[in-house]
Design a protein. Structure first.
Length: 383
């Protein structure tokens, strides 16, 4: 068995277009007044044909439409993509097909059409249940829109999720406790809860650098909010199965688990990334960020890749640790042993003595106290 088979195989499609650019967002998203969906569809289908030739015989366990705002796609285009995927690969009986959406009335109206194409899970970018904060975050929807979208999504799809951002400007611990309680009452299986991070190159990053982004919580308050989140979600039956993701048993995101369990995934679209094993060698693959550049490249050269880099065993060990230690059941030490000659058991003992990690039945797991320090833990573990 090749290493990637421990994590499975999935497909990611990136739709780079949005109605507006949120000030905190560092994803590859672009505002465009008009999009030629027919031309984009032809490019996606061409890439499906190319990638499937390298991965023939694999079982697709998950398909994910991310962005950008993929719910701005026409359902007919999503249907064409999924039909081509079914033609080129076999799909698992319980394949998860997720589409990200914003809670606007235009997108909500498409939910049943998306469901008819085969989409069986929707992830809503709610971000806040407070009107003032929605405006601060640059969101175009209202709290009423968000609640209606959640209600409609849950009536159409068996599996749903929505995102909330906390540690926002001027937010107190009591504010977040109240808002999270509302979110938990609305959720029916999965919640993604992210601390606001200020990324360079974003509008928030520019304001922060200029000293104009005021009211952000200090580190202690941010930590208090994080641990409050863990306590409240666990009590509500949606414990963290990953640092920022919470779910009832069986409702975990199958697609994200392919990433966290370090499987293989193809990435199609501008700015999409991939990890693919070909002839026993695992490659890191990226694509051009600019939408028009990616589209032109597919049309002119027949492929949408930018770079393809062979990953060393140590590279793979680093990535597996970085991803796998984020989830509740951690990483398998036997897989690490296959990737590294030095399995750093002395470092494991050192970090375990500090209460940051533990070993259980052949697995290395980050403790509750260690989860906020994952990046530092991985750096300490690697030789």
């Amino acid at each position: 068995m090749e290493d990637w088979q421990n994590g499975g195989f999935g497909l990611y499609f990136h739709w780079p277009f949005c109605q507006s650019k949120c000030p905190y967002c560092d994803f590859n998203s672009h505002v465009s007044g008009a999009v030629d969906q027919e031309a984009w569809g032809a490019a996606f289908l061409s890439e499906i044909d190319r990638v499937s030739a390298e991965t023939s015989g694999r079982l697709v366990q998950s398909i994910y439409f991310g962005g950008g705002t993929p719910s701005l796609m026409e359902p007919s285009l999503v249907g064409k993509i999924l039909d081509r995927v079914r033609l080129r690969w076999s799909l698992s009986n319980d394949v998860e097909i997720t589409l990200e959406a914003n809670p606007s009335s235009v997108e909500i109206a498409k939910f049943r059409d998306f469901r008819a194409t085969g989409v069986n899970r929707v992830s809503l970018g709610v971000q806040s249940l407070r009107e003032d904060d929605l405006r601060r975050l640059g969101r175009l929807h209202s709290v009423t829109d968000a609640k209606r979208a959640i209600d409609v999504a849950q009536s159409v799809f068996d599996r749903t999720s929505f995102d909330l951002i906390y540690a926002r400007q001027d937010q107190t611990l009591a504010d977040w406790e109240c808002e999270l309680a509302e979110g938990l009452a609305l959720a029916n299986g999965h919640l993604s809860l992210y601390q606001l991070t200020i990324e360079q190159g974003t509008a928030f990053g520019d304001r922060y650098n200029a000293g104009k982004l005021r009211g952000l919580p200090n580190d202690d308050l941010g930590a208090d909010m994080y641990f409050l989140t863990q306590d409240m979600t666990s009590a509500a039956g949606l414990p963290a199965y990953e640092v920022s993701n919470h779910a009832r048993t069986g409702m975990e995101s199958r697609h994200n688990q392919i990433y966290w369990r370090y499987g293989d995934y193809a990435g199609i679209g501008p700015g999409a990334h991939a990890r693919l094993t070909v002839d026993g060698q695992k490659f890191a693959i990226d694509t051009p960020l600019a939408p028009n550049k990616w589209l032109a490249q597919v049309n002119e050269t027949g492929h949408g890749e930018n770079t393809r880099t062979a990953l060393s065993k140590q590279d793979q060990a680093l990535e597996y640790l970085m991803m796998g230690l984020r989830i509740g059941d951690g990483v398998t030490l036997s897989r690490i042993t296959c990737l590294l000659d030095d399995v750093f058991y002395n470092k494991i003992k050192y970090l375990a003595d500090d209460g940051l990690i533990e070993t259980d039945n052949g697995r290395l797991i980050v403790t509750r106290d260690g989860r906020p320090l994952i990046n530092a833990i991985v750096k300490d573990l690697l030789p």
